[in-house]
Design a protein around this ligand. Sequence first.
Ligand code: ATP
Ligand code: MG
Length: 681
Amino acid sequence: MSAQTATAVTNQTSTQTFQKPTTTQNFADIYQSSIENKEQFWAEQAKRIYWHKEPEQILDDSNLPFAQWFVGGETNLCYNCVDRHLEERAEQDAFIWLSSEINQELIETYPAVIDAFKDLGNNVEFYTDYTKRRLTYNDLYKEVNYFADVLKRHGIEKGDRVIIYMPMILEAAYAMLACARIGAVHSVVFGGFAAHNLAIRMDDAEAKMVITVDAGLRGGKVINYKSLVNQGIEQAAVKPEHVLVVNRGILPFEVKELDVDYATERRISCEANVIVEPVWLESNTPSYLLYTSGTTGTPKGVQRDTGGHAVALTTSMDYIYDGKAGETFWAISDIGWAVGHSYTIYAPLLAGMTSIIYEGLPHQPNPGIWWRIVEANKVNILFTAPTGVRMLKKQDETWMTRYDVSSVKSFFLAGEPLDESTASWLTKHLGVPILDHYWQTESGWPILSNTPRFNDKPHKQGSPGYPMYGYDAQVINEETGEPCKAGEKGLLAIRAPLPPGCLTTVWRNDKRFIDSYFSLADSNQYSTSDYAVVDEDGYFHILGRTDDVINVAGHRLGTQEIEEAISRHAEVAECAVVGIQDELKGELPIAFCVLKDYELVATTENRFRLEQQVIGAVVKSLGGIARPAAIYFPQALPKTRSGKILRRAIRALAENKPTGDMSTLDNPTAIDAVKQSMKDY
Ligand code: ATP
Ligand code: MG
C-alpha cells in the first residue's frame, strides 16, 4: 500500500486536534487535582487520544468498587496507536525488532529462516551478532490491516477471545494490534508457559483462535511452540476453531486440521491491498485479558477496558516516563507480561515513539548486547526488571563502558525490590538516574513512581517514589484500616475508584475481583497485598508481599527488609530470605545468598567470615530479632522468567516439603543448587 492510501485514511478523522493538557509543571498540584477533581482531571487527559464519539460521562462510580471511565465514548486502541500517526510520522520507525537469537550460526543451521522473512515482509538486516527488522508507522499500518483481515476471514469478530502464544517477534505485535482493531479480546500467554498453563487459559477465556509460531529460541535452545499448542488443545475442554501459525522456518511441524498458515493468508490480504476499518468500541469494552503470572495461587484473568487504557497509557508516557513523540523507548520485558503489553506495545505507539522489541537474553552473545543496542538505536528511555541488571552486574564491568550510551535520559526499574547496590552500579556506568517504580499486572501502569519530568519531587534513591496521579494510595493499618503515620509499617491500599487503565474486573468473575482485591474492612479499599511504609518526606518504601512476611516471636518482619540489608554486602550478588517454622519463636528467617564469585565459599574459613558478616549486616540494620538462623550460599536462586524469585519454592525446600506448581520456574537447576547449598552447610 502506498503512503497515499495511508493519508486518505487519516483524513477521514483528522479534524480532531490532540491536545496536551496544560500543566503547572508541578507534580504535587497535578496529583492533588487528580484526587480532588477526578472527573475534570481525566476529562483533560482524555483529550490526548482520538475519540470517534466523545464520552458522555467521565466517571460512573455508582457501583463501586466497579468503576466505568469515559462512559459512552467510542474509540479504538489500534487507531490511536497506528492510524493517527500516519499524517505526521508515516516514515518514522514504529518498531525496531532485534534478535540476538537469529544469528549467523542459527541461519546456517536453519536456512529456511531467510525465506520465512521474505514471506512475512521485508526490511531484514543481518549483523554478526543480531538480526534487525525496522518497521515504519506506515509499514505497521499495512501489516496490522493484513493481520486484521486474516483474523476476520477466519471468523474472528468483536468480543471473541484470541490467545496469542508467541515469542518476541513483530507478528506478535501485529496480532495484538489487529485484535484491538476489530474489537477482539486478546490474551497473550507467556511463551515460557507449558501446555497445561495454556490449556487453563484457553478454557477460562473460551478462546476462538490461538495464534502461535513453529518455534521460539532462548539462548540458542529451540522451544517447540507449535507442539505445546497442540498439547494444550488436547488438554483443553474448550477447543479453538483455528490455530494461526506464523512459520519462522525454524522447526518443521505436522500440519493439523485446525492449522492456518499465516504467510499464505497474509499474501492474499496483501495482494488485495486490504484496509480493515477500525471497529469503534464503547470505552468500557474489554480490550484484553492478561492472566496473572500465578507466582501465588491460580491465574486470574485481569480484564482491561479500551478508552481508559488508552488514556492512562498516553498520560503515563508524558507525566511519568517523560517520553516524547519521535524518541525511542525500550521496555526490556516480554509481551507475555503487563510491562510488555503496556510499554513495549501500546504506550510507545500511543505517544508516537519508536519502540524496541528484543528477542534475546541480556548476556548473549555477550554482556554488552544491551548497550550495543542502546548505542546503535539511540535509545532514550529504558525500562526493565532489576534481575536483568543483576545478571550484568556479575559480569566484567568493561562491557558497559565500550558503548556510547549518552542517548539514555532515564532508566526505570520495576517488578522486584531494587537494592541500593544494583542501582548505584547502574548509575555509576550510565550517569543517569535509575528510577525505581512500583506497579502490578492489575494496575497496568505505575502506582508509585518517580517523575523526572517534574522538579518539585526530586528522585530519592531507595524509594520507588510516591503515588501517581489518580491513585488515592495510602499505607493503612491492616486491622483497623486507619492510615499509618510516617515511619509506621502497613498495607499499601488504594481507594476506589481505581484510575483509568487499571483492571476493571476479573474475567467473568466479579466475585473473585471483590474477594481478591476488595475484601478489607473498608470495602472501597483495594489491597495491593504489599506492605509499605511512608517516610517523613512522603516517599514510599515497599516492604514485601503480605505472604512474604515472617513472624518472629510476635514481631512481623518483611523478608525484603532483611534482603536489602544483606544485599549491601559487597560480595553478595543477590539473595532471598524466607521464614521457616520454629517451635520456640514461631518462625525464623534464613538467608540464601548468591555470591558474585561462588569460589569464595570454597574454604570453611571464608564461609564462616561471610556468614558472620551477613548476620552482622542484618543485626546492625534491623536488630537482633531479624538475625538469620542460617545462611546458605547456593549458586543460583529459582526464578520465574519475569525475574521474580520463587520464595515459596525456596521455603518449601528448606522445610523439606513439596514445592508445588513450578510451571513458572525458569531455571530448574537452581532447585538443586538450593538443595546442595543446604547440604554443604
Ligand atoms: P501474582 O499476582 O500472580 O502472584 P505477581 O504479583 O508476581 O503475580 P506482578 O503483577 O507482575 O505479578 O507483580 C507485582 C508485584 O511485584 C507487586 O505486587 C510487588 O510485590 C512487586 N513489585 C513490583 N514493583 C516493585 C518495586 N518497584 N519494588 C518492590 N516490589 C515491586
Ligand atoms: Mg500480584
